[in-house]
Write a protein that binds this ligand. Structure first.
Ligand code: NAD
Ligand code: ZN
Ligand code: ZN
Length: 346
């Protein structure tokens, strides 16, 4: 079968012919119906050699949906032909956190080398995807695979990030989204639906700002040396109550810390260059500011996000590519030349 693979650090991914996997006991084989390209893939592809001890070559794609093609022995919960979404942050399934559905923070994943598909294990950018356990699958029902695949990460991650700030995002407050890309444009829609806050989007081009407004931002501000002052003109003395940084480079982290107000949240979702950091100290930020760096989301939150899409609340903007053009999808992602999410349809 065809697969888009990560070959070596610093090299673009390649379309290659690989063996079609077969499900072992407890496993499920999916015929992939759509796979999303995330900026984290770009981060991993360009990380210094050795930064990620992935077995290479490895098939990319940690956003995946598919149809059950075959089940291994002992699998009772899934039947052939069912359309499903993949919950990506796989855990051990038995520790305290996994028991609460928080497999993204599994206590044993690192020690037991349990890795998500596309981030350590072969992923969804292929004709078929092997799923380690049926519990990682959430039925899609009649949701369109292409329109919903990005919800498994570009939907789930902002949902998890925003949920923890919801009690603060009451009427009269401001939420700022830095980076209206794959994650950010879904984050704006979630904030619009779940909060009473004024939403300000920050991005680097007028096109991106127009896009952010189309998906629900009340205001949009260019990312430059004046951004903090521009945002503060809108918020007044209160500053922002929550800043979601979907970029994570030093300039955006500094921006976030510069615009947050007393009791506010700075939520670092973007991986940036991997070394950028927010400076925190008694005199460095307004009183009672909280800084968080959340990772992905829980299994039950994925079910909630899919339900929101079913209710018509979330619309992922997608640009579709064939598997043969999957390498081009990654090139466009790296060039910041996408509107919403690049989705590969095998
Ligand atoms: P994307 O490329 O689709 O979107 C990034 C957006 O940020 C683009 O609109 C771009 O124009 C904008 N941007 C770039 N530089 C900017 C700047 N200086 N100021 C303002 N805006 C800027 O990326 P994505 O797939 O949405 O991922 C966003 C980030 O989130 C990446 O760093 C990715 O690795 C990370 N991520 C983290 C998690 C997690 O669990 N924490 C999960 C998924 C992705
Ligand atoms: Zn991702
Ligand atoms: Zn666990």
């Amino acid at each position: 079968m065809k697969a888009i693979q990560f070959i070596a650090p610093g090299q673009p991914p390649e379309l290659r012919e690989v063996d079609k996997p077969a499900p072992g006991p407890g496993q499920v084989l999916l015929k992939v119906t759509a796979a999303g390209a995330c900026h984290s893939d770009d981060f991993v592809l360009n990380a210094p050699p050795g930064a990620f001890a992935y077995p290479l070559p490895m098939t990319l794609g940690h956003e995946g949906v598919g149809v059950v093609a075959a089940v291994g022995s002992g699998v009772k919960a899934m039947t052939e032909g069912t359309s499903v979404a993949v919950y990506g942050p796989w855990g051990c399934g038995t520790c305290h956190r996994c028991a609460q559905g928080q497999e993204n923070y599994c206590l044993n994943a690192a020690e037991q080398s349990i890795t998500p598909p596309g981030l350590g294990t072969d992923g969804a950018m292929a004709e078929y995807l092997l799923i380690d356990n049926a519990r990682h699958l959430v039925p899609l029902g009649d949701l369109d695979p292409v329109a919903s695949v990005a919800l498994t990460d570009a939907g789930l991650t902002p949902y998890h990030a925003i949920k923890a700030s919801l009690p603060k995002l009451v009427g009269g407050t401001t939420a700022v989204v830095i980076g209206a890309g794959g994650l950010g444009h879904v984050g704006i829609q979630l904030l619009r639906h779940l909060t009473a806050s004024r939403i300000i989007a920050v991005d680097v081009t007028e096109e991106k700002l127009a896009f952010a407004k189309e998906v629900g931002a009340h205001e949009a501000v260019l990312s430059n040396a004046d951004t903090v002052a521009e945002v503060r003109k809108i918020t007044g003395k209160a500053g922002a109550t929550a800043v979601f940084d979907f970029v994570g480079y030093q300039p955006t982290l500094d921006m976030a810390m510069g615009m947050v107000g007393v009791f506010g949240d700075v939520v670092i979702v973007g991986l940036g260059d991997g070394v950028a950091a927010a400076k925190v100290g008694f005199f460095s930020q307004p009183y009672e500011v909280s800084v968080r760096a959340p990772y992905w989301g829980t299994r039950s939150e994925l079910i909630e996000v899919l339900d929101l899409a079913r209710d018509g609340v979330l619309h992922v903007a997608t640009e579709t590519f064939s598997l043969d053009d999957g390498v081009e999808a990654y090139r466009r992602l790296a060039a910041n030349d996408l509107r919403g999410r690049a989705v590969v349809v095998p």
